[in-house]
Design a binder for this molecule. Structure first.
Ligand SMILES: C[S@@+](CC[C@H](N)C(=O)[O-])C[C@H]1O[C@@H](n2cnc3c(N)ncnc32)[C@H](O)[C@@H]1O
Length: 393
């Protein structure tokens, strides 16, 4: 998430581009939103700034169906739900789906959550021996006493027989792994013995507070789905707000493999890694991979739907991919009309490929398309009623 604003370039309808530019600017006060409340509870790589989704939705008065086919940790769905809209969220990454569900579904019984958390923390503190765990093997970034504390805590959480509470507790524990680990730029922090249970209880309290703040509206729909084959009813979506993987920037499954070991392995991870678009270690043609995703966006929306996308330039096969241009080509043959965009210039951090942006600087874009076509009536194919969502397959 960028904290520094780059130079701006506007394109398309001037009034709309100006509105997009004001949505895209983030201030220090906006930054607070992204690190506090439900958004600040757990990290997710490549997270979208919540204020972008919030500002887009603020201009949407009617209750609408909002879709994010690359939902990651659920930022868009959280904001949609917060404002009383129906949210359809999907992704292929197992951690994304678990996190998005936790954040966009009503919480468990909070008193029971507190009791289980306290019991886990207390038992973890009293343990004299650390249970055997394969998590210890090859783990060099955590001080030994912290590693022992985390393994004991995880073992206690594993014994909680309430699945929803167990999941919240695992996600309350998970950020502690990074917090207490050494990094390339920093040795592991020196922490007292009781740091693990203490910080764990603090995090559970934050989850409970976030659940208390959640609006009393139906849960969002969160599904495992490749964006190139979406499960939603054709024509059921009013607004798409999404941010796909940027070309060659990250391998999402690989980047979270350590966390996945702690949260519990998921058999779908390997398949998800194969399906990832624009992997840094991959060799796909980013624009060609995005084409079927846009076909699915066209299929899920109806004439007059709006499609907002935040996307950054990147490098694929050693060459720069200027994503705004690439997507103009992709959408040309589809019923999507470009309305406007704003670009902010961004630094490129990967030194080996910095030459790619020597001639044209790297940008991050907020692009708006309007779905074109005539409204279908009477064939039951689409509905203007929101919330009547049915699995397509
Ligand atoms: C930029 S991140 C989205 C972050 C999200 N907006 C948030 O705030 O957390 C891109 C997401 O695309 C997902 N992704 C990559 N390839 C995909 C595919 N073929 N289908 C669906 N999701 C995919 C990744 O798992 C990642 O979560």
């Amino acid at each position: 998430m960028p904290q520094v604003e780059g130079e701006e370039r506007l394109s398309g309808d001037p009034a709309v581009a100006e509105r997009l530019a004001s949505i895209f600017r983030v201030s220090e006060a906006d930054h607070q939103v992204s690190i506090s409340g439900i958004h600040g509870l757990h990290p997710y790589p490549g997270r979208m700034h919540p204020m972008w989704a919030r500002r887009i939705l603020e201009s949407t008065r009617e209750k609408s169906v909002i879709m994010d086919p690359f939902c990651g940790g659920g930022t868009v769905a959280i904001e949609a739900r917060r404002m009383g809209h129906d949210a359809l969220a999907s992704d292929i990454n197992p951690i994304a789906l678990r996190l998005a569900r936790l954040r966009t579904h009503a919480g468990p019984d909070l008193e029971l959550l507190r009791q289980h958390a306290e019991r886990c923390a207390e038992k973890c503190t009293k343990r004299r021996t650390t249970p055997f765990s394969e998590l210890a093997s090859g783990e060099k970034r955590l001080p030994r006493h912290v590693l022992a504390g985390l393994i004991s805590l995880r073992d206690e959480i594993e014994h909680v027989d309430h699945p929803h509470i167990r999941e919240v507790l695992l996600f309350a524990m998970s950020p502690l792994i990074d917090k207490f680990s050494s990094r390339a730029d920093r040795p592991a922090p020196r922490v007292p013995k009781d740091a693990v249970p203490r910080h764990f209880l603090e995090r559970v309290t934050r989850w409970a507070d976030a659940y208390r703040d959640m609006p009393d509206v139906p849960n969002s729909h969160v599904e495992r789905a490749d964006a190139r084959w979406l499960p939603w009813r054709p024509g059921s979506v009013d607004i798409v707000i999404t941010s796909p993987p940027y070309p060659g920037v990250l391998d999402y499954v690989e980047a979270q493999s350590r966390r996945l070991r702690w949260l519990g392995r998921d058999a779908s991870a390997r398949g998800a890694s194969r399906k990832e678009i624009g992997k840094r270690s991959g060799n796909d043609d980013w624009a060609e991979s995005m084409r079927p995703a846009f076909q699915q966006i066209s299929r899920s929306t109806h004439p007059e739907s709006l499609v907002y996308m935040v996307v950054g330039d990147g490098v694929s096969r050693g060459r720069p991919v200027f994503t705004d241009r690439a997507l103009q080509t992709v959408t040309r043959q589809l019923p999507l009309k470009f309305v406007a965009s704003v670009t902010q210039l961004r630094p490129h951090f990967h030194q080996q490929t910095s030459h790619a942006f020597a001639r044209r600087p790297r940008g991050e874009h907020l692009i708006l398309w309007r779905r074109t076509g005539t409204k279908q009536t009477g064939n039951g194919n689409r509905t203007t009623k929101h919330g009547r969502i049915k699995k397509h397959r």
